[in-house]
Design a binder for this molecule. Sequence first.
Ligand SMILES: Nc1ncnc2c1ncn2[C@@H]1O[C@H](COP(=O)(O)OP(=O)(O)OP(=O)(O)O)[C@@H](O)[C@H]1O
Length: 243
Amino acid sequence: MSVLEIKELVAGYDERVLIRNLSFLVPAPAFIAIIGHNGSGKSTFLKTLTGHVPFKGQILLQGQPYVSRAGTIARALSYLPQKNNVAFPIQVRELVVMGLFRQKRLLDHYTPADYDRVEATLAHLHISHLSQRSFTYLSGGEQQLVWLAQLMLQDAPIALLDEPTQQLDVYHKKKVFDLMAGWVRENQKTVLCITHDLLNLLPLEGYVLNISQPQPQLEKISPEVILAHQQFLEEKLAPAIGV
Ligand SMILES: Nc1ncnc2c1ncn2[C@@H]1O[C@H](COP(=O)(O)OP(=O)(O)OP(=O)(O)O)[C@@H](O)[C@H]1O
């Protein structure tokens, strides 16, 4: 059974098709970097996978057709959007513990054991010192690391991340790419990660999918492949064609 299969996917908005006839197969847990120019449709593709953008074609998650069972989809996917705002004051540990929501019933309380898992995850990300801080006062990069902690607790087999390293310094960018590589290698997760940080991909095992190309397909990461995509992306994006 494949982890993820996309067959002749067409997706976009009323006036614009952004993803046209995309097909690929991820047979086993893997890291997939989704790259492309600004506005090429990378976020649109992830939002298609989360059910927020209408599509034609087929999406199979762990062998199940996308439209078959909503519960299956929710359990299979975790998603970290590009912009994730919190409009109320909340402590970091309270925000991170919400990552366990799938494992809880509606009125269940979080237990001391749940908070132990939160602390262990924060420690794994080297941000234990943020645990008691108020989330809204953290820096953009610190907030991004907190969202990653919450995503890790969700523990879904397929993680979708929209530019998780966008606001991070070079040290933390590298750490987060190492972390995602670890999820694949040690926890058999599949990670689809939108990024503009092509150089960070060089040491990784996995694939790139360049949404700016006319026929995007999975290509194994190697220095040559990354360099070719870097050069491709340094050119202007061809204008998208309307429906
Ligand atoms: N809900 C929407 N309705 C109509 N058009 C939209 C909608 N959301 C996004 N778009 C447009 O679709 C295009 C692709 O947007 P998308 O966010 O998928 O690009 P992206 O590749 O993720 O870009 P970036 O690298 O800048 O994050 C953009 O031109 C955007 O304005």
